[in-house]
Design a protein around this ligand. Structure first.
Ligand SMILES: Cc1cc2nc3c(=O)[nH]c(=O)nc-3n(C[C@H](O)[C@H](O)[C@H](O)COP(=O)(O)O)c2cc1C
Length: 250
């Protein structure tokens, strides 16, 4: 018999912080006060992902520790950037964009220690059409300030990342065609970009972590951009996962 009624499993909506333990119940989505909302649940068949973790499509999850001073070959970075954001032969990019406007841009912060081996540290704008890096600043005082604004002054496990990406959107481009909906589209586009980047990084043996723990104003100021025109939406850290490396060695 089909399982009806979720009353006993329904979380108390006052415990909103515990909602992640459940699939968000419909009465919460509907902003309903009814906690005894009887719902029928339809178990879906043909669940194809293997639960034992051997499925190659299984997502690895975010990085927790990066391997310090990891040697990152230049081909890895090139392949990663082109595969994640570069314009392809058909003029499209590896992610969808409302109206193909592509209002989001990527800034690469290549950390001094993590990227030493490819001799390309500093802060760059990735140009998707021409597949090249436009130098914003070398890894001098300016870039140190950017790293600090991104990760904070205290050293922690994420300071060992090899590089970070900062995703910006250009509001003029985002809004001119779709007005206020364009803002939503642009944020969604950045979400898609982080997913493509996470998947490609994983394929190339890198780990990543979406990182929102920065001050928008401090980071905008360090990058020399105007947040009312080009707001920063998100950043993402990349490197070699220390746990994977230790597992392989043991
Ligand atoms: C929009 C967004 C912002 C995030 N910001 C941070 C962050 O600032 N610091 C952090 O440690 N993790 C951050 N994360 C990573 C989440 O904590 C992580 O994805 C979540 O714990 C699930 O773990 P998993 O990615 O390993 O599956 C962020 C994730 C998302 C989607």
């Amino acid at each position: 018999m089909m399982d009806v009624g979720v009353t006993s499993q329904s979380p108390n909506v006052n415990n909103i912080e515990k909602l992640h333990l459940y699939d968000i119940p419909l009465h919460v989505l509907q902003n309903s006060c009814r906690l005894d909302h009887p719902l029928s649940q339809i178990p879906l068949q043909n669940y194809s992902l293997k639960k034992n973790g051997t499925d190659k499509n299984l997502r690895k999850g975010s990085a927790k520790f990066f391997y310090p001073n990891a040697a990152l070959p230049e081909e890895t970075l090139t392949e990663f950037l082109h595969g994640s954001f570069g314009e392809q032969k058909n003029g499209k990019r590896p992610y969808a964009s409302a109206g193909a406007l592509y209002p989001a841009s990527v800034v690469l912060v290549a950390f001094e220690d993590g990227m030493k081996t490819i001799n390309r540290t500093g802060v760059f704008h990735y140009k998707a059409k021409t597949h090249c890096l436009e130098n914003i600043t070398d890894f001098s005082e300016g870039a140190e300030k950017i790293k600090e604004a991104l990760l904070g002054r205290k050293t922690h496990q994420y300071s060992d990342a090899s590089f970070a990406l900062i995703y910006l959107i250009n509001l003029d481009v985002a809004l001119y065609k779709y007005r206020y909906r364009g803002y939503r589209h642009a944020i969604l586009e950045v979400g898609a970009m982080t997913s493509v980047a996470e998947r490609n990084a994983s394929t190339l043996g890198l780990s990543s972590l979406i990182w929102s723990n920065f001050s928008d104003y401090e980071l905008s100021s360090a990058l020399g951009i105007n947040p009312t025109v080009t707001p920063i939406i998100m950043s993402q850290l990349f490197g070699i996962d220390k746990r994977n490396d230790e597992k392989e060695q043991s």
